[in-house]
Design a protein around this ligand. Structure first.
Ligand code: PEP
Ligand code: MN
Length: 272
C-alpha cells in the first residue's frame, strides 16, 4: 500500500500533472521520444535525429554516460556527446533527454539537455535524486529493475520534496525469472500508477523486452493501457550499435510503428 508520507506524488484529486518541455507536454496527448541508446558519433546521432524527426518523434534521446555491466564496454562520449546532442537539438528543434549518473554532473549537464534521465540502476541513488530535485530541469525517472511501485514513487517523492515538480515516470521492465526477454515489461504499472499518482507515465519497450521484434506489440499495448508516451531506441545500423542494438528499431521500423500508434490512438479516442 502507498503510505500517506508519499504526499507530493500522490493522487489527491482528478488533476493530472502536465510536465512541459518546450512545446512538448507530458500528460496531455501522447509524447514519442526516439534516438540511439548511445551517442556514438556526430554523423550517427544527427542522421538518426533527422530520421526520427521526420517520422514524427517529438523528442530525441541519447546516452552519453552509459551504465554498462562491464567496465570494458563502451562507456559513452561524455561532454563530446552532449555537444553532439546540442547540435541535434539545434538542427531538428527537438528537445533532448540524456541520462545523468553522477551528482557532480547535474548542474553542468543542464546546459546541454532539456530533460535529465535517472536510469534504472540509479533509481534509489538518493544523493542523485536530491541533486536533480534541486535543479530546474524536468526529470525522466526510470523504474528500478527490482523496484516496487511504492519504492519508485518514494524516489519520485525525493525529487518533488526538493522543489522540482517536473517528474515523468518511465516503466522499463523489471527482473523476473524469465530469460527470453531482457526484462518483464510491467504494463499493469501504467493503470496502477494512474490510480496512485498525478505524474505522467511513459513506457520504454526497448529495455522492457530487449528484443526489437517484440517492440511493436508492446508499444501498442502500452498505448491501450493508457501510457502518456513511449521512449524508443532507434539506430540506423542496429547490428553495429555500440550498445543495445538488439532492441533498437531501424528508422523505417520506427516510422511504420509510429503510424500504427497514431491510428490506435484515434481509434481509442473514438471510444470515449
Ligand atoms: C537507457 O535508457 O539507455 C538505459 C540505460 O535505460 P535503463 O536505465 O532503463 O536500463
Ligand atoms: Mn539502452
Amino acid at each position: 500500500m502507498i503510505t500517506n508520507d508519499i504526499g507530493l506524488v500522490s493522487k489527491t484529486s482528478l488533476e493530472r500533472s502536465v510536465v512541459a518541455v518546450g512545446d512538448v507536454r507530458f500528460g496531455e496527448g501522447f509524447v514519442v521520444i526516439a534516438g540511439p541508446c548511445s551517442v556514438e558519433s556526430e554523423d550517427q546521432t544527427l542522421a538518426i535525429a533527422r530520421e526520427v524527426k521526420s517520422a514524427g518523434a517529438q523528442m530525441i534521446r541519447g546516452g552519453v554516460f552509459k551504465p554498462r555491466t562491464s567496465p570494458y564496454a563502451f562507456q559513452g562520449l561524455g561532454l563530446q556527446g552532449l555537444k553532439i546532442l546540442k547540435k541535434a537539438r539545434e538542427e531538428t528543434g527537438l528537445p533532448v533527454v540524456s541520462e545523468v549518473m553522477d551528482t557532480r554532473d547535474v548542474s553542468w549537464m543542464c546546459e546541454y539537455v532539456d530533460v535529465l534521465q535517472v536510469g534504472s540502476r540509479n533509481m534509489q541513488n538518493f544523493s542523485l535524486l536530491k541533486e536533480v530535485g534541486k535543479s530546474q530541469k524536468p526529470v525522466l525517472l526510470k523504474r528500478g529493475m527490482h523496484s516496487t511501485l511504492t519504492e519508485w514513487l518514494n524516489s519520485a517523492e525525493y525529487i518533488l520534496k526538493e522543489g522540482n515538480r517536473r517528474v515523468v515516470l518511465c516503466e522499463r521492465g523489471i527482473r523476473t525469472f524469465e530469460t527470453y526477454t531482457r526484462n518483464t515489461l510491467d504494463l499493469s504499472a501504467i493503470p496502477a500508477l494512474k490510480e496512485l499518482t498525478h505524474l505522467p507515465v511513459i513506457v520504454d519497450p526497448a529495455h522492457g523486452t530487449g528484443r526489437s521484434s517484440l517492440i511493436p506489440s508492446m508499444s501498442l499495448a502500452a498505448v491501450a493501457a493508457g501510457a502518456d508516451g513511449i521512449i524508443f531506441e532507434v539506430h540506423n545500423n542496429p547490428m553495429a550499435a555500440l550498445s543495445d542494438g538488439d532492441q533498437s528499431l531501424t528508422p523505417t521500423e520506427f516510422s511504420s510503428l509510429n503510424g500504427k500508434i497514431a491510428s490506435l490512438r484515434s481509434f481509442l479516442d473514438s471510444l470515449n
